[in-house]
Design a protein around this ligand. Sequence first.
Ligand code: ADP
Ligand code: MG
Length: 451
Amino acid sequence: MDSNRPRTPPEIWEIALGEIQVQVSKTNYRTWFSKTSGLSFQENRFTIGVPHTFAAEYLEKNQRALIEKVLTGLTSPEVSISFQVSGNGHGPPHAEAVLPTPPPNFTRINPRYSFENFIEGGNNRLARAAALAVSENPGHVFNPLFIYSGSGLGKTHLLHSIGSAATFRKVNVICTSAEQFTNEFVAALRERSTEEFRNKYRSIGMLLVDDIHFISGKEQTEESFFHTFNALHNTNRQIVMTSDRPPRSMPLLEERLRTRFEGGLTVDIQPPDYETRLAILRSKASGSGVNIPPEVFEMIGRGAQSNVRALEGLLNRVVAYARLLKVTPTVDIAARALDDVASKATRPREITPSFIIDTVAGCFQTTREALLGRERDKETALARRLAMYVMRQETNCSLSQIGQELGRRDAAAVTTACKKVTADLEESPYLKRKYGEVRQQLHQGDSAGGR
Ligand code: ADP
Ligand code: MG
């Protein structure tokens, strides 16, 4: 340990910083210690250079004991400390950095989204439970958590709910989108501040990244994200990502990232069933001040099946219309409000029973005749049940109409089939995949209006 010459004050302080760094939080360290220096050590007085008086005040008040303890070990038992603004060109910090707690806040969490106003249904149960679990126990249950679904099904809502809940528990959260991450990274490259960029992302307790598919194929961003991911993951910091598709379906994503993304829990959100759609509508309408009768909810609930955002759009339309006319929205009023939406925007190709039967038959490599016929082999029966279920979801047909369409079966058979599919969708990845394919084909044309 002993060297021939005594250590200089800058060297002593350098070593002290090393010890301090492991004793305070990263954010704390970065905010208050990273720009300090060892100026002098005379007559047992150690003088520390700080960038501004705020830092001097803060350190004096909150960190004196720690600093003295560390310096005692390095210099002499009688050491005392003082601070001196060393005016090295750093202006005063931003207002929030002046406050010792909470640490600088990077979060941009939308307070409108919470677990409380997220309606649970069979379509999102697992995703919601997983989100709740990681918000309560970050870094220790599933890491990373990867949530995927089609557009407008609640990914961002869940992500921000995690963010709010974790922030409430004093976890230091960054909530961002892959696009924002990319932009920031590019700006950091341009401004040669990649070090700061790295530190910012590595000093946090939880990272939430919306729409991660955006980085797919952007090599440098992927690289940067890979390192950020590892740094956080290795130290059990929670990472949650959302995407419009599962990791395995991101064609341009580097293999090593794909492996990381799949290393925790991957869950999907399906389109909500009719009951869940109604529950969501009721919840969204409850704050609108407009009293909406059940039959109007039902009508709206049948208007947009595969996208909650679109569903909300329809609801808002009815509410606006009713407010404008100063009436309670009756079915007639709602029909008028929804009229042009239903005829134009939502449906490039109308989803008819016949279209559904052909689509399902195609996905199961069978024929329309087989579905309408009496064959009872497992695969055909499964396809037939799924066709019924999809009709229930996607059309306004009554149970008996659906039965008619599918080879003159009775309404009770349709009810049984739909129940079975609902249960099986929770259990069978195969059926779930088929259902996804069918839906995708049915809605192929309408993604343009989906945002
Ligand atoms: P995504 O990110 O999957 O495209 P969003 O999270 O932006 O979808 O959701 C779109 C809209 O639908 C938001 O207003 C959101 O609050 C609402 N939403 C989606 N699912 C639910 C749900 N289960 N309960 C309540 N609102 C929901
Ligand atoms: Mg989103």
